[in-house]
Design a protein around this ligand. Structure first.
Ligand SMILES: C[S@@+](CC[C@H](N)C(=O)[O-])C[C@H]1O[C@@H](n2cnc3c(N)ncnc32)[C@H](O)[C@@H]1O
Length: 200
């Protein structure tokens, strides 16, 4: 799988966490990406259905599961991350309130207009086809629903965010791809992330 941001296939266990290296990367991400800031910005209302694309170890899924959301779903191409995130959220998975699947941004497998809110954190730069992923986000979001895409960057750039932040040309491409499908597209910097928001 070659990301749209690169000309080489994805090899990093953080980009596609497979096998033992992937599980270790998942553990690292669990401890270093608490996702509290982003969760607050999602402003989830009671009963809403939320989809997270590329949930990794499932830290944001755990916060969503403890929120008033009606249903919390996720797709990630890594079976290791599916197992990891499902273990961390086992009660809610067993209760059927959290539904974690193996899938990708380009092909989530969920029905049209299913979600009030769709969010992707630190994986948009890994998708093989940016525009196909955004088209899929559009398909599964309800009219009036919101999407958030966040990528390494932000105001208080950590060494990791500095290394992985996208150049302006790529940020512009994300913004244009969102603008071609959604309305009210905005971009801003929050402490560790560049954040795009839009409304279907
Ligand atoms: C850097 S991790 C971020 C995980 C999590 N969102 C977080 O912030 O802790 C990137 C995740 O994106 C997933 N990923 C890679 N390619 C993807 C794609 N095409 N669609 C959706 N997720 C993808 C990986 O499997 C991995 O779990």
């Amino acid at each position: 799988m070659t990301p749209w941001t690169s000309d080489r296939p994805l090899r990093s266990p953080f980009g596609l966490p497979l096998g033992l290296r992937g599980r270790l990367a998942g553990l690292f991400m669990w401890w270093t990406n608490p996702q509290g800031d982003l969760f607050e910005l999602l402003n989830v209302r009671p009963g809403e259905r939320v989809l997270e694309i590329g949930y990794g170890p499932g830290r944001l899924i755990g916060l969503l599961a403890a929120s008033p959301a009606g249903r919390v779903c996720g797709v990630d191409p890594s079976p290791q991350m599916r197992a990891f995130a499902a273990r961390r959220n086992r009660g809610q998975v067993a209760a059927g309130r959290v539904d974690l699947r193996v899938g990708t941004a380009e092909s989530t497998g969920f029905p049209d207009a299913e979600f009030h809110c769709v969010v992707s954190v630190n994986n948009v730069g890994l998708w093989p086809r940016l525009e196909a992923g955004i088209a899929e986000m559009y398909r599964v979001t309800r009219p009036g629903g919101r999407v958030l895409i966040a990528w390494h960057g932000g105001t208080g750039r950590s060494p990791i965010a500095r290394r992985l932040a996208m150049p302006e040309e790529r940020l512009g491409r994300v913004e244009r791809a969102l603008g071609a499908a959604f309305s009210d597209v905005t971009r801003r910097e929050i402490p560790h992330l560049t954040l795009f928001e839009a409304v279907r």
